[in-house]
Design a protein around this ligand. Structure first.
Ligand code: APR
Length: 178
């Protein structure tokens, strides 16, 4: 299995079954990647989201993808960063864990994450990328052979650099046999 980070627009990702949206608790859309995903998916996405009754911070819920090239959208709600002493790390880690649990339940084997909470929600990139990558590596080590590809689709070069560094810190050899 492969874990990697690439530069790109997550709404165009056709190499994965599911993309992970950085949503808000209403699940009714917003700006940033949330807005981009809803625009690309079309109006049926928010119609399905309305049936879900929102999503708590740290949790994740799944919908169809409509006009997007992937098959599913997993909506997760990251924490707003208030300085790091309000449980932000655990909530962010929970976003990644719950997103992969939801994927596993659906038999999804390829997932693309956006950089959860590092835009509007102000989570520092160095901390968020470490928490995200550590959580993903921990999850796949506990669920070997459950995924073929997990990637981060980064919208800019700085974000890409942080996720690449974190993934390299885990060492590629760690992936063999997972
Ligand atoms: N593809 C990939 N990544 C993207 C895209 C895109 N098309 N558009 C934006 N991003 C990146 C941002 O550059 C940032 O690195 O997604 C990352 C997350 O930023 P935000 O979208 O601002 O998400 P977040 O910080 O989690 O804030 C969520 O913003 O849009 C609202 O409704 C959303 O209230 C919620 C809040």
């Amino acid at each position: 299995m492969e874990i990697k980070a690439i530069l790109g627009d997550i709404t165009k990702q056709a190499d994965v079954e599911a993309i992970v949206n950085a949503a808000n608790e209403s699940l009714l859309g917003g700006g940033g990647v949330d807005g981009a995903i809803h625009r690309a998916a079309g109006p049926d996405l928010v119609k399905e989201c309305r049936t879900l009754g929102g999503c708590r911070t740290g949790d994740a819920k799944i919908t169809s993808s409509y006009d997007l090239p992937c098959k599913y959208v997993i909506h997760t709600v990251g924490p707003i960063y208030y300085g790091g002493k309000s449980g932000e790390e655990e909530k962010l880690s929970s976003c990644y864990r719950r997103s992969l649990e939801v994927a596993l339940e659906k038999g999804i084997r390829s997932v693309a994450f956006s950089s959860i909470s590092t835009g509007v929600y102000g989570y520092p990139l160095d901390k968020a990328s470490k928490t995200g990558v550590d959580t993903v590596f921990d999850f796949v080590s506990k669920h070997p052979s459950s995924f073929d590809l997990i990637e981060w689709v980064c919208f800019d070069g700085l974000t890409l650099k942080y996720y690449e560094e974190q993934i390299n810190d885990h060492g590629r050899s760690a992936l063999r046999g997972l």
